[in-house]
Design a protein around this ligand. Structure first.
Ligand SMILES: [Zn+2]
Ligand SMILES: [Zn+2]
Length: 250
């Protein structure tokens, strides 16, 4: 009975999987819908416009909020306690096609998904949405156990290519100690968990861009920011591919 009932579901899943795989594997076709692409980009105009662009955010921590709030007004959390970094830049919300790409990239080590995310990030940066006067990119090394489990360090992979595309030097912060995963922890617990966890071993230029894959409360980026301040960074921008609302850990 179970086998017979599950056949239509399995059939649907197979068709969905085939569509996704075809879209993935066919150059010259949109990676999301298989339609015609936009110039040399792997996406079509409609899918690009329909991506979950993060257009209304707290300027300091990028917490999503209604578009009716004034753009320069920090959120309640930041008014109470400013983050260690000066501002943040996160072009996407962690939803829809962006969430699928990040999951493929982060949890399945899918470089093709990483390449598309990189192209989207560089395009967003160059089209005047990115912060100006950045002199270096800084990433944090992944917990060695998690890097081994996933097969690669996705933030370093992205950081190296983003630095090359924007012609900027890349610095990598290292860990002073191992920490439990941030998943499922409250905002204060996340902060405590990563406090003074990173160190940068060489002097930095004044204006740096910190890069992470997903920003949830910003606790990791704050810890990274204070490590950068110790090495001379005066203006720190925290950047990530996508933002989840605080408390919605992935
Ligand atoms: Zn498309
Ligand atoms: Zn905020």
């Amino acid at each position: 009975m179970r086998t017979v009932n599950s056949l239509p579901i399995m059939g649907r899943r197979l068709v969905e999987w085939l569509n996704r795989t075809l879209a993935w594997a066919m150059p010259g076709h949109c990676c999301f819908c298989l339609g015609g692409t936009l110039g040399d980009k792997p996406w079509c105009e409609r899918c690009f416009i329909e991506l979950p662009w993060h257009t209304s955010a707290c300027p300091l921590c990028s917490e999503p909020r209604p578009s009716s709030v004034l753009a320069d007004m920090p959120c309640g959390h930041c008014l109470k306690q400013r983050p260690d970094f000066d501002r943040s830049w996160v072009p996407f919300l962690y939803e829809d096609n962006i969430a699928s790409l990040i999951q493929r990239f982060k949890f399945n080590a899918d470089r093709r998904a990483g390449q598309i995310l990189l192209q989207l990030m560089v395009q967003a940066f160059r089209s005047h949405q990115g912060p100006c006067h950045v002199q270096a990119i800084v990433t944090a090394d992944l917990h060695p156990g998690r890097a081994r489990k996933r097969g690669f360090d996705q933030t370093l992979w992205l950081g190296k290519r983003m630095a090359r595309a924007l012609d900027l030097p890349l610095y990598q912060a290292t860990r002073r100690r191992l920490t439990p995963t941030q998943r499922g922890l409250s905002r204060p617990a996340r902060k405590r968990n990563v406090r003074r966890v990173y160190q940068v071993t060489s002097p930095l230029p004044a204006q740096v861009l910190l890069l992470d894959d997903v920003m949830t409360t910003g606790a990791t980026l704050e810890a990274l920011s204070s490590a950068c301040r110790e090495q001379g960074a005066a203006h720190v921008t925290a950047a990530a591919l996508a933002r989840t609302p605080a408390g919605h850990a992935i």
